[in-house]
Design a protein around this ligand. Structure first.
Ligand SMILES: *[C@@H]1O[C@H](CO)[C@@H](O)[C@H](O)[C@H]1NC(C)=O
Ligand SMILES: *[C@@H]1O[C@H](CO)[C@@H](O)[C@H](O)[C@H]1NC(C)=O
Length: 269
């Protein structure tokens, strides 16, 4: 071999080696990108999948509910979880008559837990009656602190139990959390419960009628009750503003005997 040929040989070897190296790096990067992106999609798919599986299980814990309850709450939460950047929180009002008092909180907790579980997170409950002894602004501050510290940490869902028992003016904090565009936290679910004074609910009450019933009840509680509770903070216009932000979906809860007897499968604290 002449010196020149030898030089060509070495050159080809080096060039070939470099080409193989570049190819190997390209393949490695490709595999990495593929795996990384693949994991991303399978993660977001699984949050929905987790929700749908858990939601089926939830329905088994609460027999004898209306079809509307499961269809509509399921759809609202599925759509919400399916958006990477929802423009408002998922907001649901559950209502019941006195005969379903325990089932109401239990089911609200179940919904909150199911939503939170799909996002590998936790949920919290704020009990209206625990705030009833405070004045408007103190109760408002308490609710604000609980929700924001919850959502800033591991919580993605909250139950506000017995909305009807809150000091009227404290409801104004819901402007901050439930506004259609400016809600402080959007990838969260808020479940409100409202316990009506009726002893039981007609199973076939149409939803618009139920919504009107709940609305009238809140107005009676907060605007027309004529009790000594401070009302200077709340009037019909402001309550209308709160109502329009929280009343996307008003759904009935019916009693489950086992749960009314005190056996709720969810932790209520
Ligand atoms: C989730 O969103 C995608 C695209 O926006 C849509 O094709 C799909 O049907 C949605 N899935 C569910 C379960 O709603
Ligand atoms: C779920 O959350 C916990 C605690 O925040 C974390 O350690 C864990 O990695 C998360 N799991 C998934 C699948 O994201």
């Amino acid at each position: 071999m002449s010196k020149r040929h030898w030089c060509y040989g070495v050159f080809i070897c080096i060039a070939g080696g470099a080409a193989v190296l570049v190819l190997a790096i390209a393949i490695g990067v490709g595999v990495y990108i593929h795996q990384f992106c693949g994991t991303q999609t399978s993660n977001s798919r699984s949050a929905l999948q987790i929700f749908q599986d858990e939601f089926k299980r939830l329905q088994e814990d609460f027999p004898e509910q209306s079809q509307n309850l499961w269809l509509r709450s399921g759809k609202m939460m599925t759509n919400h979880l399916n958006k990477s950047h929802p423009d408002e929180p998922a907001t649901i009002i559950l209502t019941a008559a006195q005969d379903a008092k325990h089932t109401l909180l239990c089911l609200a907790s179940g919904l909150a837990q199911t939503y939170a579980f799909a996002l590998n997170s936790s949920w919290l409950v704020i009990h209206g009656p625990s705030q009833a002894k405070y004045d408007d602004s103190t109760a408002k501050l308490n609710i604000d602190e609980k929700l924001s510290s919850g959502f800033e940490s591991r919580h993605r869902a909250a139950v506000l139990n017995h909305l009807e028992t809150l000091p009227p003016g404290s409801l104004l904090i819901l402007y901050k959390y439930c506004d259609h565009e400016n809600a402080a936290y959007k990838k969260v679910a808020l479940v409100f419960t409202i316990l009506l004074e009726d002893s039981s609910l007609e199973p076939d009450t149409p939803l618009p009628e139920l919504e009107e019933k709940v609305r009238d009840f809140l107005w009676k509680q907060f605007i027309h009750s004529g009790t000594s509770r401070s009302h200077q903070e709340m009037d019909s216009d402001k309550l209308g503003g709160v109502w329009s932000r929280i009343s996307h979906l008003v759904l009935p809860v019916f009693p489950v005997e086992r749960i009314e007897a005190g056996n709720c499968p969810f932790d209520l604290e």
